[in-house]
Design a binder for this molecule. Structure first.
Ligand SMILES: Nc1ncnc2c1ncn2[C@@H]1O[C@H](COP(=O)(O)OP(=O)(O)OP(=O)(O)O)[C@@H](O)[C@H]1O
Ligand SMILES: [Mg+2]
Length: 238
């Protein structure tokens, strides 16, 4: 089987800072892949590079077998790669419904898709339904994360990339978000998940990559990573 997404020897920079050093990652259809690593390791940069917010200096990014380096970000979104960035970035002055409509930007002429998408979001997150006309800025952190995920789904992703969805949330909300990520995956969306909460991520994921100062230093099945001494010491807090 060919990978859905394949990064080969990808190098990304911020000016002179070499943020990604010959990164190799493969993601297969239907997987949940966790990207683990400490602060500043290059996790968000990896997602930004995949979604073309940053153009790598060298290397290849193949999506469905085609090199997508240099393709503009909106075309990446249209092709089915959707990135939910760190810190959620919802439109706080707009209502939940308005945020969801904007998430369906590539389907803006398809009123039926928008309507059904909003219903799907509300099935997934009943809390959003109860608050559909509330301004997004007044939602709790967990609700904002739910909205960010729902908004991403409105773009019909084949690959959904989530950058620390559990950041700053209470354990019970983290559990709920993780359960929903699993459900989204079971409905057919491939997931690339960045998490500082390695325990939660490795419970959910099929495989994981560990990134340290711009280098992938380990990749394996989630079972193997859960038992790995280095991962346990540095990331599972034992
Ligand atoms: N806009 C930027 N300009 C310059 N350097 C940057 C920029 N964004 C990130 N960096 C640097 O690139 C490196 C990787 O950053 P990145 O945001 O990818 O880390 P991360 O693994 O997502 O960390 P965190 O867990 O804190 O979110 C860091 O050294 C960071 O300081
Ligand atoms: Mg980050």
């Amino acid at each position: 089987m060919k990978p859905l997404l394949k990064l080969t020897d990808v190098n990304s920079y911020y000016g002179k800072i070499h943020a990604l050093n010959n990164i190799n990652i493969e993601i297969y259809e239907g997987e949940i892949v966790a990207l683990l690593g400490s602060n500043g390791a290059g996790k968000s940069t990896t997602l930004k590079t995949i979604s073309s917010i940053i153009r790598p200096k060298s290397g290849q990014i193949e999506w469905n077998g085609k090199n997508i380096v240099g393709v503009p970000p909106h075309k990446i979104v249209e092709s089915g790669i959707i990135h939910i960035p760190e810190g959620r970035r919802i439109f706080s002055g707009l209502t939940i419904i308005e945020n969801l409509e904007l998430g369906a930007f590539t389907f803006r002429k398809d009123k039926k898709w928008i309507k059904e998408g909003i219903e799907r979001s509300f099935d997934l997150f009943p809390r959003l339904k109860e608050r559909s006309k509330q301004l997004a800025g007044t939602l709790s952190g967990g609700e904002q994360q739910m909205l960010a995920i729902s908004r991403g789904l409105m773009g019909n992703p084949k690959l959904l990339m989530l950058d620390e969805p559990s950041m700053g949330l209470a354990p019970i909300i983290v559990q709920e978000i993780m359960r929903i990520i699993k459900e989204i995956n079971e409905q057919g969306t491939t997931i690339l998940l960045i998490e500082q909460n390695a325990k939660a991520a490795l419970r959910l994921a099929n495989r994981g990559y560990l990134i340290e100062i711009g280098n992938i230093v380990m990749h394996d099945s989630a079972e193997v990573l859960r038992e790995d001494d280095k991962i346990i010491k540095a990331y599972l807090g034992a």
